[in-house]
Design a protein around this ligand. Structure first.
Ligand code: ADP
Ligand code: MG
Length: 307
């Protein structure tokens, strides 16, 4: 099957309004009065962000969701996406069907549709690039730059599970039961971006970031953009039971630099715990520090870096 056959068979059924069934050169986006578009892109590559043996539907879901977490962090409601595929020439119809099924499931879950993309072949590894579009009311996007001295720092979900899943794939020795192991691997393969909080974040968050490279590294982006210092209280970082079992004593230190969480970290006024976990505070100064048992600790690295 050539690229046009692939597009027509697997991707045209996913096309949304304005995409012309993926039969034109471009899509047409209707603007919405009183709203602004938030646009973000992220790509994932075989051997870096997923394994070639991962199920195709989870590869598709990860490609989408690493973008949806950016929209969640910015307070946006997801609407559309573009999909750029670089496929090994050996890709099979079964693989493509599974991949398209993963997209279809997430389109339904998150209320998004496909606007277009590009498809090309490669001798190298598979990569999937998504560009996602979401709407916010005018002026509503939550930036990295709004943190204020005196804010508390919060995070959604739990941190480090995905890193735990990756460690298991890398054959780290463990005593987890099958369910515990599978829960961590599931978080590595299919992130759970906290889109249910998009609208609320617009109202309460002063600054926000999605946690992709590691909690400490990503809070560093807020600290820099806002010209403040962030102090994370290690004991407060939310860790799941299987992760605690996997990493024991070193769980916090590893979790806050592991990356691939796709949760949202933000700053805002005190008193927001409940839906979120309060993990620290914003003070005068620069950079990010973490305390454990009252003392500042040194971390070997803040997060994942590609280069
Ligand atoms: P061009 O010749 O301009 O590169 P293409 O033949 O690549 O155009 O694309 C034809 C149509 O199919 C366009 O609407 C494009 O957006 C869509 N398309 C191509 N690849 C994909 C893909 N992987 N996912 C979704 N839409 C795609
Ligand atoms: Mg093209």
């Amino acid at each position: 099957m050539d690229e046009f056959g692939i597009i027509a068979k697997y991707f045209a059924p996913l096309a949304g309004e304005g995409a012309f069934g993926l039969t034109d050169d471009a899509a047409l986006l209707k603007s919405r009065p009183g709203q602004e578009l938030v646009i973000t892109t992220d790509s994932i590559a075989e051997g870096v962000d997923f394994f070639g043996f991962d199920p195709p539907h989870t590869i598709a879901q990860k490609a989408l969701r690493v973008n949806l977490s950016d929209l969640a962090a910015k307070g946006a409601e997801p609407a559309f996406y573009l999909l750029n595929l670089t496929l090994p020439a050996t890709v099979t119809p079964d693989w493509l069907a599974g991949f398209a099924d993963g997209l279809a499931r997430d389109q339904k879950q998150f209320g998004i549709s496909l606007l277009g993309g590009d498809t090309s072949a490669t001798d190298g590894p598979l990569s999937v690039a998504v560009t996602a579009f979401g709407f916010v009311p005018e002026g509503g996007m939550v930036k990295r730059s709004g943190a204020r001295i005196g804010d508390d720092v919060y995070v959604t979900g739990s941190i480090g599970d995905s890193g735990g899943g990756l460690a298991i794939f890398r054959r780290e020795i463990h005593t987890l039961g099958d369910d515990e192991r599978d829960a961590l691997i599931a978080r590595y393969r299919v992130p759970e971006p906290p889109l249910e909080f998009s609208a609320l974040l617009r109202d309460i968050a002063h600054a926000s970031v999605d946690v992709s490279d590691g909690l400490i590294a990503d809070l560093g982006h807020i600290a820099r953009a806002s010209s403040v210092r962030i102090v994370v209280e290690g004991e407060s970082v939310p860790l799941s039971p299987p992760l605690l079992k996997l990493w024991g004593e070193s769980a916090v230190k590893r979790a806050v630099t592991a990356g691939d969480d796709y949760q949202v970290a933000f700053t805002g006024p005190p008193g927001l715990e409940g839906s979120f976990t309060r993990i620290g505070q914003v003070v005068a100064g620069e950079g990010v520090a973490m305390t454990l048992k009252g003392g500042e600790i040194q971390l070997p690295k803040a997060g994942y870096r590609h280069f």
